[in-house]
Design a protein around this ligand. Structure first.
Ligand SMILES: C[S@@+](CC[C@H](N)C(=O)[O-])C[C@H]1O[C@@H](n2cnc3c(N)ncnc32)[C@H](O)[C@@H]1O
Length: 405
């Protein structure tokens, strides 16, 4: 029997038949975010912004329509395609569908967070550990300006490319497929991120081709069965097939800007004090994912020695697990002090932190994390726990911490 306090139950009581949830919501955390966005937005805003609703007043929401443009047929095996179809409203839509970056947010979750606050167009959003840029892309889709930073030059490049896609036309994308061999040869011979300067295309377009090339470099470094040129052709085709229907659907006037800071670290953010309204971010999950090792072949095209990044990437410093956790918690104190500095008075910080029960038990991690947040001067307004699928060997779930500055 479902307890009466679940958000699923609360929504069932609250929603008129004309307001329907998006298909395939099963987790209590998603019902919770749906409940929050439903209570934070007006009817008109729900139609244009909501991430968890199929219809409002019997009219289909923009999110539902946008996600239905996603072509899921080209995502690998029948099982993978089934997964994509099931989660089409949660993960692969818009430019989120390109580059399989490990440990990225579910975009729908970020949309729910932006809506629950709710973040308005006058506010500035920051993700100082942007990874593949999920927070920034979602903000842009809602017409909100945002800033991105990551210690990895590759992540900064990926976030820039994924946000520039909004300015590309479907015609320009067609040109990319025709020129495949040419692009790959130029990229392979120059072997540097500077390659993009050599192509006779707008930077936004050649950067997208270069991201596809990097995707192929990453894929062939893990899986030697395919040549680089074949992998590149396949990835580029996938990108173009995926993005074209979305671009045809997009209302470009509504897109917010994304400013990617050219360098820096979350420990020392190159922004003035009290300049940001909302931070939505996720630190590495302790030492669970080695971001330098994962992207090593790609990072070599950006920096001379990717190993130097180990000194700055949170969670990866130290020769034993206990050292790494100790350094991780110290780094958490430093970044939280920095977030406190740049947030305006009454600013909001939402941190999403993965957990693994073995590490939690051994190091009392969740409890220490809450203490560090409070010591940094934040108030924990609420916590939402979320189970993760498909990553149970590394992480069982994550906690969304909603903090007041
Ligand atoms: C969990 S991932 C973020 C994924 C992101 N939310 C997304 O949706 O793709 C953590 C990110 O933190 C970055 N990172 C680690 N230490 C950092 C630091 N000191 N400053 C800035 N970024 C850092 C890593 O490069 C990685 O991209």
């Amino acid at each position: 029997m479902i307890p009466e306090t679940t958000y699923k139950h609360k929504l069932e009581q609250l929603l008129p038949v004309s307001d329907q949830l998006i298909p395939n919501i099963t987790q209590e955390s998603d019902f919770h975010l749906a409940y929050l966005e439903y209570n934070s937005l007006s009817q008109t805003e729900l139609l244009t912004r909501a991430g968890y609703f199929k219809t409002i007043g019997n009219t289909q929401t923009d999110h539902y329509k946008m996600c239905n443009t996603t072509n899921t047929n080209f995502f690998g095996s029948a099982k993978q395609q089934e997964y994509q179809r099931k989660y089409r409203y949660a993960i692969r839509y818009a430019s989120h569908g390109i580059f399989p970056y490990k440990g990225k947010f579910h975009p729908q979750l970020i949309r729910g967070i932006l809506n629950s606050i709710p973040v308005t167009k006058e506010m500035t959003v920051l993700d100082p550990m942007c990874g593949s840029g999920t927070t920034n892309i979602e903000a842009a889709l809602l017409g909100i300006d945002s800033i991105a930073l990551d210690v990895s030059p590759f992540c900064r490049f990926m976030t820039q490319v994924k946000s520039e896609i909004f300015s590309i036309s479907a015609e320009e994308l067609k040109g990319l497929i025709i020129d495949t061999e040419n692009y790959c040869n130029v990229f392979s011979s120059i072997r540097s991120v500077k390659a993009v300067d050599y192509l006779n295309q707008r930077p936004e377009v050649s950067n997208l081709a270069f991201l596809a090339y990097l995707d192929a470099v990453g894929y062939t470094s893990r899986n030697r069965s395919l040549s680089l040129i074949k992998a590149y052709k396949r990835v580029l085709k996938k990108y173009v097939t995926h993005i074209t229907p979305f671009l045809n659907f997009l209302n470009k006037q509504r897109i917010g800007s994304v400013k990617v800071l050219p360098e820096g670290s979350a420990k020392k953010i190159p922004l003035p004090s009290r300049s940001v309204d909302v931070i939505i971010t996720s630190p590495p999950y302790t030492d669970m994912i080695d971001y330098v090792k994962n992207d090593y072949e790609i990072l070599k095209l950006f920096v001379n020695d990717p190993n130097k990044l180990y000194t700055e990437v949170m969670g990866l410093r130290g020769s034993t697990e206990s050292d790494r956790i100790h350094n991780y918690l110290n780094d958490l104190k430093i970044v939280l002090a920095e977030y406190k500095r740049i947030l305006k008075t009454n600013g909001k910080l939402v941190m999403i932190i993965g957990f693994n029960s073995r590490q939690d038990k051994t190091y009392n991690l969740r409890c220490k994390t809450s203490e560090i947040m409070k010591e940094a001067g934040f108030q924990i307004e609420k916590k939402i726990h979320r189970q993760l699928e498909g990553t149970k060997h590394i992480l069982e779930g994550e906690t969304l911490y909603f903090l007041d500055s």
